[in-house]
Design a protein around this ligand. Structure first.
Ligand code: NAD
Length: 263
């Protein structure tokens, strides 16, 4: 712990669970104040928020904006401005998944995935950038996926949204290239979060496998390491992207995927 982010404020969308929670904890460990966002049990979220504040000696807040709704995202930014003056580190992490072939894909699921996994990052970026430019410092980290770089059958909306997010990352990085603001994407392989556990459960049911067998089968399909990536490992990469050493890392889609896209 170096506290090099002390005095900075990080908004991590979808940080009540999984990777977002890992990101929030890693940034808090370096001294950043955290604005949590995402769904879940109100008491559990309050506990999470207070435990993070106590453990790392930072300020924390929570806003329940639905990232599919631009007026709620605007309300979240008004809250952040009021509470912390603005956002220095933006982690666009909120995301959902649905698996079905294109011809069977529910239209409303397509719309939600594009709204939450892609369009929300446009709204948060457009709202965060004026403050970051004024301070001439900022970090935008977009949680894309190995699916931002390659496709998989059954995941049309997700793959389209994540490829789009990598595109948005490149353009934002170019528009801020001569400033102290950087924008990059992180592209994880499989991480064992509720989002992936759902896919493990489906596989177990369909193929008559145990939970452990289904996890192994999922990894064997895509991830040569045979091991899940962890939220802590991804958090460490996000912390690196916030350092001065990373100030010329601009517009990359950095995979951490156990070798997935090397194939
Ligand atoms: P998760 O289901 O554990 O967490 C998702 C978070 O997003 C939760 O906090 C949830 O409340 C929040 N969320 C969902 N819909 C929301 C909405 N409309 N508004 C606000 N918050 C909302 O999932 P995860 O695996 O931690 O995924 C986090 C991100 O990482 C996603 O963008 C996902 O696509 C990406 N990702 C995950 C994996 C993986 O293997 N788990 C791999 C690559 C990329």
């Amino acid at each position: 712990m170096t506290s090099f982010l002390k005095g900075k404020t990080a908004l991590v969308t979808g940080s009540t669970s999984g990777i977002g929670l890992g990101m929030a904890r890693s940034l808090a460990a370096e001294g950043a104040n955290i604005i949590f966002n995402g769904f879940g049990d109100t008491n559990e979220i309050a506990q999470l928020q207070h435990a993070t504040a106590r453990e790392f000696g930072v300020q924390t807040a929570y806003h329940n904006a639905d990232m599919a709704k631009s007026p709620e995202i605007e309300a979240l930014f008004a809250f952040a401005a009021d509470r912390f003056g603005g956002i220095d580190i933006l982690v666009n992490n909120a995301g959902i998944q649905h698996v079905a072939n294109v011809e069977d894909f529910p239209v409303e699921k397509w719309d939600s995935i594009i709204a939450i996994n892609l369009t929300s990052a446009f709204h948060t970026s457009r709202l965060a950038l004026p403050y970051m430019r004024k301070k001439n410092w900022g970090r935008i980290i977009n949680l894309a996926s190995a699916h931002g770089l390659v496709g998989s059958a059954g995941k049309s909306a997700y793959v389209a949204a994540k490829h789009g997010l990598v595109g948005l990352t490149k353009v934002t990085a170019l528009e801020t290239a001569q400033t102290g603001v950087t924008c990059n994407a992180i592209c994880p392989g499989f991480v064992l979060t509720p989002l992936v556990q759902k896919q493990v459960d489906t596989r177990a049911l369909k193929e008559g496998l145990t939970n452990e067998e289904a996890k192994k089968a999922l990894l064997a399909d895509k991830q040569p390491s045979g091991e899940f990536v962890t939220p802590e490992e991804l958090g460490a990469l996000a912390v690196f992207l916030c350092t001065d050493a990373a100030k010329q890392v601009r517009g990359v889609a950095w995979n951490m995927d156990g070798g997935w896209v090397a194939q």
